[in-house]
Design a protein around this ligand. Structure first.
Ligand code: AGP
Length: 613
């Protein structure tokens, strides 16, 4: 999730860009850059020292030229290509007279890159963004104006983008456009601005315009015009912003956790983007581990902590079912102290949102020492663990600021299941048609998560009835068991309530002694191979006085008949169901935290990244 800022008509543009980029730092980034049209040229400065990029940029631009001309700035959260200076935005074309910044993922960048390289262009970065600069260059060399050149190129793109383009040939003009990834525009006192989101603008204007998908804007000092990609004029809708800065960073949500729960459909969708070749087969080009490296694998270990561990448990069911290779899942802090048996035919997967969790980093380091191939699934490009691994598979959830993991947890489940399908494709344990069928079902998950999020009122209603409850059991079977563990963890870390996640079949071996009137049992009753047994377990606890809340598929009246409260989710295939089924449990924990007066973004005793043993 990158940050974008642009201005034309401002006497001293660079300080304004830097201040805007600073306000976008909360989005996370690993490199930054600015560009401006100066004396018939494009002047550019970029920095790629993660976490200090904007500060480093301020040093680089200390002697920057002043001018009313068009200027753009960017903070990059790497998805394609490492966070290096050559990958930092803005990117330029071969002439150096055009500069472009971009937020999003261009799905067909590989074929477009091949086209421009065949036409003689020299592409200097590993990004999907630079390809667009060279395509626009070709249009300009054919005599097109900057707006027409950009429109022609954007009509060829698949994927998501918000972009801003400047050219030495039109020094006061910025051309901007977006699809899926948001872009806002602002007007004030002879100055026209653009940004990826409102925090970067509210220091200069509160009069903003939001571009709709496939709309293009032409910004000149104190003026803007909007059109469709076909060139039809559009009257943009103007809004007046009343938020303060922190509220703007939350984009109107009460807290970052709410915002990030609502980013889950995009996080899942982006993690799935661009994973298939034209023929439909899975390609994990960022992985670095080759198919030959993986063909010799006869066992998989997955090591992780917390919510990442729960995602790993879901993956165990999927990988063993699809790949027919044994999968062991270990709590990272226990793994290296138990003399695990690994060798060069073992694949050890470290799952870590931050890529910095010491327990998991040390576990994969031990796995490597024992000869295993190490693959890291992380949300932070070039994090410590990613750099040390033999291969990486990135979730693309964007920075997760809330301490409780939500969108990254869903993205991890999806990424690990994509890994499972990739192994099945390489080891030929599933026909290509079956892999495709499952991937197609996975691509429907974002809409199912959106549908589930929209049912928050049902969850809030149940939460209000449980405000006085102090003991919670979360029960699940099959892939519902990791979902139960995750639901219990969310309730503990957000509402500070006692909650245990248990395999439902295990209750009769002791824990059922704890069930009495007043105990709340939250059951994961979405359809899976053990659904009928799950309902029997639910009947056992209900007959002993427990209050039963079930997460159940739409239309499942049998589950509703044995529950006091039902949280409905749209059905999907069992191995994908955790991506949807965990959402009402996140919402339940969130709402109970609020009802108990706690701040979900800052739970007591917890840190977002645990870098101690
Ligand atoms: C999840 O809500 C918690 N914040 C915590 O359990 C977290 O999942 C765990 O610390 C692992 O973090 P990582 O994914 O960054 O390694």
């Amino acid at each position: 999730m990158c940050g974008i800022i642009g201005v034309t008509g401002e006497a001293d543009a660079i300080p304004l860009l830097l201040e805007g980029l600073h306000r976008l730092e909360y989005r996370g980034y690993d490199s930054a850059g600015v560009a401006m049209v100066v004396e018939d040229q494009v002047w550019r400065a970029r920095a790629a020292t993660a976490r200090t990029s904007v500060a480093t940029l301020a040093e680089l631009t200390a002697g920057a030229p002043r001018g009313h001309a068009a200027a753009i700035g960017h903070t990059r959260w790497a998805t394609h290509g490492s966070p290096t200076e050559e990958n930092a935005h803005p990117h330029v074309d071969c002439t150096g007279r055009l500069a472009l910044i971009h937020n999003g993922i261009i799905e067909n960048h590989a074929e477009l890159r091949a086209e421009i390289e065949a036409n003689g262009h020299t592409v200097t970065s590993g990004t999907d963004t630079e390809v667009m600069a060279h395509l626009i260059e070709e249009q300009l060399s054919g005599g097109a104006t900057l707006p027409d050149a950009v429109r022609a190129v954007l009509r060829r793109l698949r994927g998501s983008f918000s972009i801003a383009v400047i050219s030495a040939d039109e020094p006061d003009t910025i051309v901007a456009a977006c699809r899926i990834t948001p872009l806002v525009l602002g007007l004030e006192d002879g100055m026209t601005l653009l940004a990826s989101d409102i925090p970067a603008l509210i220091g200069h204007t509160r009069r903003v315009y939001t571009l709709a998908d496939d709309q293009l804007a032409v910004l000149t000092p104190g003026a803007l015009s909007v059109m469709t990609l076909e060139g039809e004029p559009v009257e943009p809708e103007q809004r007046t912003i009343t938020w303060d800065l922190e509220a703007a960073q939350k984009e109107g949500f009460e807290d970052f956790m709410s915002k990030e729960m609502h980013q889950q459909p995009t996080a899942v969708g982006d993690t799935l983007l661009d994973r298939r070749a034209v023929g439909g087969e899975l390609i994990l080009d960022e992985m670095r581990l080759t198919p030959d490296d993986l063909r010799g694998i006869d066992k998989v270990f997955i090591v992780a902590c917390g919510s990442s561990y729960h995602a790993a448990l879901v993956a165990k069911y999927a990988i063993e079912h699809w790949v027919k290779v044994p999968v062991e899942v270990d709590i990272a802090s226990e793994f290296r102290y138990r003399d695990p048996v690994l060798n060069e035919r073992t694949l050890c997967v470290g799952v870590s949102q931050s890529g910095e969790t010491l327990d998991t980093a040390e576990a994969v380091r031990e796995a490597a020492r024992l000869g295993a191939k190490v693959l890291v699934v992380s949300n932070v490009v070039d994090s410590s663990m990613a750099r040390a691994a033999d291969g990486v598979l990135y979730t693309r959830a964007g920075p997760e600021i809330g301490v409780a993991s939500t969108k990254c947890h869903l993205a991890q489940i999806v990424a690990l299941e994509v890994l499972g399908l990739y192994l099945a494709q390489i080891l030929r344990t599933q026909p290509a048609a079956r892999v495709n069928e499952i991937l197609n079902a996975m691509e429907r998950l974002p809409s199912l998560v959106t549908e589930t999020l929209a049912r928050a009122d049902d969850v809030d209603d149940v939460a209000s009835k449980l405000t006085d409850a102090r003991d919670f059991f979360f029960l699940g079977r099959h892939v519902g068991f990791p979902v139960a563990l995750e639901g219990a963890l969310k309730l503990k870390e957000l509402a500070y309530l006692r909650a245990e996640g248990y395999p439902a079949g295990e209750l009769k071996h002791g824990p059922i002694a704890l069930i009495e009137p007043g105990a709340v049992v939250v059951g994961i009753a979405t359809r899976n191979p053990l659904w009928e047994k799950m309902l029997s377990n639910v009947a056992e606890v209900r007959s002993r006085g427990a209050t039963v809340v079930l997460v159940a598929d739409d239309g499942d009246e049998e589950s509703a008949a044995v529950a006091d409260h039902v949280l409905r989710v749209p059905p999907t295939s069992p191995l994908l169901a955790p991506v949807v089924g965990v959402v009402p449990l996140q919402q339940l924990a969130y709402r109970l935290a609020r009802l108990h007066g706690h701040d979900p973004d800052r739970p007591r005793n917890l840190a977002k990244t645990v870098t101690v043993e």
